[in-house]
Design a protein around this ligand. Structure first.
Ligand SMILES: *Cc1c(COP(=O)(O)O)cnc(C)c1O
Length: 467
């Protein structure tokens, strides 16, 4: 497909500026360009077609199934967008006098109260702009807590190997030494391994739960007890709270702080780096360390982002919570878990689940046997799914499973869609045995086949440059 600049024809175009009705003023010379900007010149028809074509080349939740594990690509109700677009929310200025923004304040206070209720926490900040940013904030709470007690020997954060990759990265960013512990064969934390590393130097433990293989750790109460006994604090990675919300509360499991991805669990379209919110909740004793906007409060407390964070994401989350209510929230969680188990059960018998047990909101397939039999890799299967109009699952993650495909159907898919998805997986399993070559070359019907993913991530070209 051509870029819009390549479709440009000099002199074509459609300038629809109204006639100037104020006196013309000459700009100072240094502000004036030497030449006109190289903007594309294109008719309205072609412009409209260009962007419509671009939309058709993108796969979103509105186009089809998108089981990208851990990322919770679910349908987000339009009403959340409508509320976030209300002029009273979009037209405020962060420095507007407090008495003119009481409505917005009420949104923050109400969302905080509901989310504290859902998580079993006492305080919360909406400053962090993403999940990883929330982790960073949460671990800084732990750090400040130990510092305030002058407990300088606590330099280590324990991270199980089934954690989300951002967990060890966060601990390191906060200046801690990361202590990795292995999982037991059942996918849960190995308690003996945990006991072995706990000590006076333990600052805390970060637990992704459900973990990245989609398993709720069955020893969770014992884990938090052991960490506390050693004097450490417990951090809950609740990015994927849609697996447990309204059913169990991290606060009741013994966790001291948590982040949630409002943009995954509580409905905000995400992906492509759009605005998110990694709300961080904590128990009463950590509240004094929560970040605050220095500009708004004049305090010298920790600040991780300007003002109140991505406020409109909180508006969407609050709308979502109020739409679902006390009954709908656990129902959504139950459907997320039911859908994952249903799909896993239907795929089983062809591709092999990495852990053959009841899962939470997602599950991992282990394709190493399949690859041995056919030469077809997890990447080949993922690429082949594109030809069926399905977004590939998360690939080669978590690292503890080889040839991993990680599927999260989410709570918003129908049984018919899950049946169709299972059928596609079954077809590909068969195709791997009859025509592996075809799968090595997939996708056959996509704009881009197999880009150099490392190069695309490390050296992205995000804007047209005139040659
Ligand atoms: C997505 C995710 C994160 C990171 O969230 P971002 O908003 O992408 O920074 C952290 N932990 C888990 C378990 C996640 O699924």
């Amino acid at each position: 497909m051509k870029l819009i600049f390549e479709k440009s024809v000099p002199g074509r175009g459609m300038t629809l500026l109204p006639k100037c009705d104020v006196p013309e003023v000459k700009l100072p010379g240094e502000l004036v360009r030497d030449a006109a900007p190289a903007l594309p010149e294109i008719s309205e028809t072609d412009l409209s077609r260009h962007y419509t074509e671009l939309c058709q080349h993108v796969h979103g939740v509105n186009c089809g199934f998108y089981p990208l594990g851990s990322c919770t690509m679910k349908y987000n109700p339009r009403i959340d967008e409508e509320m976030a677009a209300l002029p009273g929310f979009t037209n405020i200025h962060p420095l507007a006098p407090a008495h003119t923004t009481t409505g917005c304040q009420e949104v923050l206070d109400t969302a905080r109260a509901y989310l504290c209720e859902v998580t079993g926490m006492d305080g919360m900040t909406f400053q962090p702009a993403a999940g990883a940013h929330g982790e960073f904030t949460g671990v800084l709470l732990i750090k400040q807590y130990h510092d305030a007690r002058d407990d300088k020997k606590r330099t280590k954060i324990i991270v199980p190997d089934s954690a989300h990759g951002t967990n060890p990265a966060t601990a390191a960013m906060c200046g801690f030494e990361v202590v990795n512990i292995p999982s037991a064969p059942n996918g849960c934390v190995d308690l003996d391994a945990l006991r072995a590393v706990l000590g006076e130097d333990t600052a805390g433990l970060m637990l992704t739960n459900p973990n990245t293989v989609g398993i709720f750790d069955e020893n969770i109460l014992e884990i938090t007890r052991l960490v506390h006994e050693a004097g450490g604090l417990c951090y809950y990675d609740g990015a994927n709270l849609n697996a447990v919300m309204g059913v169990v509360r991290p606060g009741d499991m013994g966790f001291d702080c948590i982040h949630m991805n409002l943009h995954k669990t509580f409905a905000t379209p995400h992906g492509g780096g759009g605005p998110g919110a990694g709300a961080v909740g904590c128990k009463e004793f950590l509240k004094p360390y929560l970040p605050q906007s220095a500009l708004m409060t004049g305090s010298d407390r920790l600040q991780v982002r300007s003002f109140a964070g991505n406020f409109l994401v909180v508006v969407k989350a609050l709308t979502y919570i109020m739409t679902l209510g006390r009954q709908g929230i656990p129902e959504a969680a139950q459907n997320a878990v039911l859908n994952a188990n249903y799909l896993m059960a239907k795929i089983k018998g062809t591709f092999t689940p990495a852990f053959d047990r009841i899962c939470m909101h997602e599950f991992v397939l282990d394709l190493s046997e399949f690859k041995k039999e056919t030469g077809v890799s997890a990447l080949d299967v993922a690429k082949s799914l594109i030809d069926y109009g399905m977004h590939p699952p998360t690939m080669y993650f978590p690292l503890i499973v080889h040839e991993a495909l990680m599927l999260e159907p989410t709570e918003t898919e129908s049984r018919e869609t899950l049946d169709w998805a299972a059928e596609v997986f079954r077809k590909l399993y068969a195709l791997g045995h009859t025509d592996p070559e075809f799968m090595h070359n997939a996708p056959h019907n996509a704009q881009i086949g197999r880009p150099d993913e490392v190069k695309a991530a490390r050296h992205p070209i995000l804007r047209w440059q005139k040659v």
